[in-house]
Design a binder for this molecule. Structure first.
Ligand code: ATR
Length: 279
């Protein structure tokens, strides 16, 4: 990579940031499209994150991504937020305007839906069963409701957390007990796992899929390992499966387009390149 003095600069702030796949992902696109630009990891401690974000225009940054644990702090630090960020109270993408103004948005829900659409082109929005009620679940619920999903059956180990989330969605979210999550599979058109179960080092998700329609896809947002025990179980009974890595790749598209001026593509070669670093 050879930069000129006019290179556009972006990056990702996180703490820690060493696990982030974003530099590799954006670096691939920068090289593929021959862009005079760089995307760098920025390890920023919580005490410094507001100062760093406010300093971006002064250093000539085009923008940044924001990852754990800074998404809420970023929401407060920017000058303005778009509707997706406001709904979530969290920002994962910041753009620096020509006037130096910082705009925050949230592309997690976009990434989830774009990957769903790219994998299952004819998916029809019907009832969805969702496991987990953390930060990821909120954005995904919002984008599913926006896509016309009539009902989300939400099951979380800590029921109170699911009820808090359901209260934000005026009746479209129905809470089911964690011990009765199988009952929520009947007639569903999609099963989504947003819990950390199935992640390398964590327990597998223990669920009986026999009541779940065989034509409906199973979407696991866990991407280490690429094929989780849940996805394997689903594939074995013939359900279409959707791997979590695609959500990460697609959520990166709007930021790249805003900073570097090219709409990047998610391709199998990109997926393989990012996966190499997980192996
Ligand atoms: P994120 O913001 O990325 O979604 P999170 O807020 O830590 O991450 O949420 C993790 C999710 O995994 C939660 O729904 C959590 O359930 P609780 O709300 O009960 O904590 C779920 N989770 C984690 N470990 C679990 C386990 N052993 N069994 C069931 N659910 C689990």
């Amino acid at each position: 990579m050879i930069l000129t003095g006019k290179a556009k600069i972006a990056g990702v702030v996180g703490w820690p940031v060493s696990h982030s796949l974003s530099p590799r992902l954006h670096g691939y696109w920068l090289e593929q499209y021959g862009i005079d630009g760089a995307y760098i990891p920025l390890a920023v401690a919580p005490d410094n994150v507001t100062e760093v974000i406010r300093g971006l225009p002064k250093m000539g940054f085009a923008g940044i991504n924001v990852t754990v644990p800074h998404k809420e702090a970023a929401f407060r630090a920017v000058d303005e937020t778009d509707e997706t960020a406001q709904r979530m109270g969290a920002v994962n993408t910041i753009t620096v305007g020509a006037d130096g103004k910082l705009t925050g948005s949230n592309t997690d829900g976009f990434g989830f839906m774009a990957h769903l659409g790219a994998t299952i082109s004819n998916w029809k929005a019907g009832p969805v069963t969702m496991l987990g009620a953390g930060g990821a679940a909120r954005g995904i619920c919002r984008s599913l409701i926006d896509a016309g999903v009539p009902e989300i059956r939400l099951s979380n180990r800590t029921r109170a957390r699911a009820e808090t989330l359901a209260a934000e969605f005026e009746g479209r979210l129905v809470v089911c007990d964690w011990s009765e999550k199988e009952a929520a599979l009947d007639g569903a058109t999609l099963l989504v796992n947003t819990t950390t179960l199935g992640m390398a080092g964590a327990d597998a998700l223990d669920i009986d899929l026999s009541g779940f329609p065989e034509t409906a896809p199973v979407y696991d947002i866990v991407y280490t390992p690429r094929v989780t025990p849940l996805l394997r179980q689903a594939a074995e009974r013939g359900n279409p499966t959707i791997e979590g890595l695609g959500m990460l790749l697609h959520q990166a598209r709007p930021g790249f387009a805003a900073w570097f001026g090219i709409e990047p593509e998610v391709t199998p070669a990109l997926r393989d390149f990012v996966l190499e670093s997980l192996a």
